[in-house]
Design a binder for this molecule. Structure first.
Ligand code: PBG
Length: 332
């Protein structure tokens, strides 16, 4: 049978919509835009310091002054939001560096604010793990991670970073009741305009490996499964969502993103506040490794990955790809 000898009497042909780039572009249901992306950054103490991160190719740790230069380039290209993580030199049992007004993140927030004013949105991770000698996200008693005292320390950290000028404080510790406690502490201190982005459904995940190396925050004993969520669970995320909304979260997050698109969709359908997804370090590192090995085209893989996270229902995405996308002009 030759190729042209057969035709169907088909009244419906979905392929008409796929005929050309113009046709596809006219009515594509979703489209990724730079304005939705938040670039993750690691902040060092001191001045004039930049270090490459072996596990996160293309991402560096910077001291505040160097960070300002890096962000300036991104901002000129359209990446207008950052999420900051501290990489402190000193750690102790109680993570006291977390609420030091002159800590590296507080300094970086002030430097970014004075350089860019309201042109840049500054988000800060609020967690004790980079600051504690044991590497857990809360205080430790024996081998147990205690909840309520940890929440007090996190609220204190959030207040310091709000005072430095952060737009969003973003608790990633997964202690119970921290959103309400942080809201109350911010309001009492007059920071009523500071928003809270809650890491609402943060799963205990193998995808955080490269981050822990980048931030030096791997736990020295045990793991994080007594506070981060079990990846077998979906309903449990809805319970966390209800609580965080009730406690006053301005935005809710699902983390990681790619293996959790069902949770992102659940949140998009149920949440009255915007939904953020965190495209985490391990997801980034996999894309970079595949590209390096010639297994996939980096541009296509990155756009499909982030585009699918957006399609699943994420209004904004924290990712390490944002600077790259902007620099290469991959979003047009
Ligand atoms: C701190 C924190 C982690 C990440 C963000 N905040 C690590 C962890 O929970 O161990 C992971 C981010 C990433 O992998 O990119 N609690």
């Amino acid at each position: 049978m030759s190729a042209d000898s057969f035709s169907l009497d088909l009244p419906r042909r979905p392929r008409r919509w796929r005929r050309s780039e113009r046709m596809r572009g006219l009515a594509a249901e979703t489209g990724l835009e730079l304005r939705r992306l938040v670039q993750g950054h690691f902040v060092l103490p001191g001045e004039g310091r930049s270090e490459e991160i072996a596990t996160l190719p293309g991402v560096s740790r910077h001291s505040a002054d160097r960070l300002v230069s890096a962000v300036e380039l991104d901002l000129a290209r359209g990446v207008a939001a950052v999420m900051l993580f501290g990489v402190p030199e000193n750690k102790d049992d109680l993570g006291s560096g977390a609420h030091d007004q002159n800590g590296e993140v507080a300094q970086a927030v002030r430097a970014l604010r004075s350089a860019f004013g309201d042109d840049l949105l500054v988000m800060v991770d609020v967690c004790l793990c980079p600051y504690t000698s044991h590497g857990h996200c809360g205080f430790v008693a024996g081998e147990e991670i205690v909840n309520d005292e940890s929440v007090g320390a996190l609220a204190r950290m959030a207040e310091v970073l709000a005072a430095a000028g952060a737009d969003f404080v973003c608790p990633s510790d997964m202690m119970d009741g921290r959103i309400g406690a942080i809201r109350e502490r911010l309001d009492d201190a007059g920071h009523t305009s500071t928003s809270i982005l809650a890491y609402t459904a943060k799963y205990a995940s193998a995808f955080y490996g490269p981050f822990r190396d980048a931030a030096g925050s791997a736990p020295s004993f045990g793991d994080r499964r007594s506070y981060q969520m079990d990846w077998r669970n979906r309903r449990e995320a809805m319970r966390e969502l209800e609580l965080d909304l009730d406690e006053g979260a301005d935005m809710v997050m699902v983390k990681p993103a790619l293996a959790y698109l069902d949770i992102i969709r659940d949140f998009a359908e149920a949440s009255p506040v915007p939904v953020c997804a965190y495209n985490v370090s391990g997801e980034y590192a996999l894309v970079k490794a595949a590209a390096r090995e010639g297994l996939a085209d980096e541009r296509a893989l990155t756009l499909e990955t982030l585009g699918a996270i957006h399609r699943a229902g994420a209004d904004c995405i924290i990712t390490y790809h944002a600077s790259d996308l902007a620099r290469q002009g991959w979003l047009g």
